[in-house]
Design a binder for this molecule. Structure first.
Ligand code: IMP
Length: 174
């Protein structure tokens, strides 16, 4: 492994936590169809595993959002690069995100999706950095809370690299 990466959550730790989250999410939505909305690109691996851990009927949709522009700090500017293809009115919706940092992205998405009249709207995030929050907001389902460190892997990138790592690692610049 590269010198600047330190494993924070192994593949096995992630899979165990994802299985727990999937069971909890299904229990909370009883036998209703769940519309899962993955926030691209960071959530693609987490979403692939999480939807397989949710028993019963699930729809998979994607939202393209860009809030980072290659660096390790948020710009606070949220841009929708790909919108949903179908209405979500009356549906049970679960937003699936890789990480909630300042919360600016999720705050924006929640406000945008609420206007579309879903029956319920919940948030599942793999990682949470509560110390960095700039808007009061918490996910309904959180995989792991982490300190204020920049992490990569399992979908999370730095300049588009590292998304393919099967684990989550802290990235320290040399
Ligand atoms: P927020 O709007 O500040 O909450 O940032 C959310 C987005 O920033 C996430 O969906 C990630 O794409 C990105 N992000 C925040 N922290 C990290 C990190 O530690 N590693 C990689 N991406 C991050």
């Amino acid at each position: 492994m590269a010198d600047n990466l330190r494993v924070l959550f192994s593949e096995q730790q992630i899979q165990e936590r994802v299985a727990e989250m999937g069971a909890q999410i299904r229990a909370d939505h009883e036998d209703r169809v769940l519309t899962c909305i993955g926030v691209l690109k960071g959530s693609f691996l987490f979403m692939a595993d999480l939807v397989r851990a949710i028993p019963g009927d699930v729809r998979c949709e994607f939202l393209g959002v860009s809030s980072y522009h290659g660096g390790t700090r948020s710009t606070g500017v949220v841009q929708i690069t790909q919108d949903l293809r179908y209405p979500i009115e009356g549906q049970d919706v679960l937003i699936i995100e890789d990480i909630i940092d300042t919360g600016l992205t999720m705050d924006y998405l929640l406000r945008m999706l609420r206007t579309r009249g879903p029956r319920s709207l919940r948030v599942a995030t793999l990682l949470d950095k509560p110390k960095r929050r700039e808007v009061a907001l918490s996910a309904d389902y959180t995989g792991f809370s982490i300190p204020d460190e920049f992490v990569v892997g399992y979908g999370l990138d730095l300049g588009e690299l590292y998304r393919n790592l099967p684990y989550v690692a802290v990235y320290s610049p040399e």
